[in-house]
Design a protein around this ligand. Structure first.
Ligand code: HEC
Length: 133
């Protein structure tokens, strides 16, 4: 009787562990897929201004790396990518007054993939609620 309970407990533990592991694998596969697709989309839609590594260009185009502005405004990122931006912003003590064009025809999934890429460019991956208008 006691041995049966032990066997059940072990089986239960194993199946929970397997289940958790397969979920994690699926998440990391999804993350990698988003990242790779996001890289292609970034090259096509963003790199021309923000640079291959998100380093920006002088006082014309702001950097995406170590940008406090991006950290504080990450909830607006999807909106910004879709609609562009045209206001005076200060990033790492440099004022930018340029105009970023919107990408209104980009499908939501592409915006999400770009966000995964941009989030990892900063080397501080974060999770966020993606609100797309
Ligand atoms: C034509 C050049 C251009 C393109 C293309 C462009 N941007 Fe921008 N981006 C800008 C400019 C200029 C600003 C500053 C806007 C302002 O002053 O309000 C900016 C601002 C930003 C900001 C906020 C500031 C910062 O550095 O954190 C983010 C984030 C951003 N862009 C991401 C992107 C992403 C992602 C893409 C591709 C989907 C993209 N941009 C495409 C020119 C561009």
């Amino acid at each position: 009787m006691k041995r049966n309970k032990l066997v059940y407990a072990i089986l239960l533990f194993l199946s929970i562990t397997l289940c958790v592991q397969s979920c994690q694998n699926e998440n990391s596969i999804n993350y990698k897929r988003y990242y790779v697709n996001g890289k292609g989309l970034y090259e096509k839609h963003c790199q021309g201004c923000h640079g291959a590594d998100g380093e920006g260009l002088g006082t014309l185009y702001p950097p995406l790396t170590d940008s406090n502005y991006l950290k504080l405004n990450r909830n607006k990122l999807a909106f910004m990518i879709k609609n562009g931006q045209n206001e005076e912003i200060r990033i790492n003590n440099i004022v930018f007054q340029g105009q970023m064009p919107g990408n209104n025809s980009l499908p939501d999934i592409d915006v999400a993939q770009i966000i995964v890429l941009v989030a990892s460019v900063k080397k501080t991956p974060y999770t966020m609620t993606i609100k797309i208008f």
